[in-house]
Design a protein around this ligand. Sequence first.
Ligand SMILES: [Zn+2]
Length: 229
Amino acid sequence: MPAIGLQVVPDFILPGGISVAGQQAVLRGLTGTQQPRFWTAPPRHRDKDPACPACRNDDYSCGCGDYQSAELLDWAANFGYDLDEWQEWWLAEATGTNPDGKWAAFENYLVVSRQNGKNQCLEVRELGGLFVFGEKMIIHTAHEFKAAAEHFRRVRDVVTGYDELRKRVKSVTPPTATRRSSCGLRPPWSSGPAARWSGSRSPRGCGSWPGPGAPAGRSRQTALCMTRP
Ligand SMILES: [Zn+2]
C-alpha cells in the first residue's frame, strides 16, 4: 500500500489572540506569502553538489551552502524560537556559506514593517553568533538606545532563561542610569563583551546592525535592518 502523506498545518493566532484552525487560515490566505517578491542572494550549494568536496559531509542532507544555517535553525528551536517560514528563510539566506566556509553574503538586508517579527530574526542571529558560531564581536545599534536596550533585554532573557546558555556567559552588562549608550554580554572566550547593544540617546534615522566580526576562517559579514515601514 502506498504511504499516505500527512501534513500538519498549525493553528494561526491573529493579533488579539484569536485562534484560527490551521487549514482555515491557509484557505483564507491569512498566512500570506512567505517569501518577498523581490530578493537576491549570492549563489551557493543549497543541495549537495557531487563535484564539491565540502558537500560530501554525510552529517547533513543539505549542500555545503546550508550547513551553518541548518545548524543555527535546529539550535534556535531548543530555546523557544518557533519561527515563521519567512524568518527561517531569511536566516538561511543570511547564514549561507561558500564551499570554503566563508559567508556567501557579505551584507544582509531585511526590510519589514514594524511588529512583523524582524527582531526575532536578529535575536536568533545574535544568539547564534555567540553560541553557535563563536563570533568575537557582534554590534547591534538602533536609532535610539532604548530600542537597542529593549532588544538586549530580550536576548538577555533568553540567555538567563536556559541553564545551558547562562552557564556559558561570564558577565552581563545591563544598561544603567549612568550607562545609557551601551550594554553587552561577555562569553568566557572573550576579554570584553562579545555582543554589544548601543544607540543614540536622541531619536535619529533608522536602526542598523553592523557586525558580526569574523570568526576564524570566515569573512566579515554585516547586516542592516530597517526599523521603519
Ligand atoms: Zn558544496
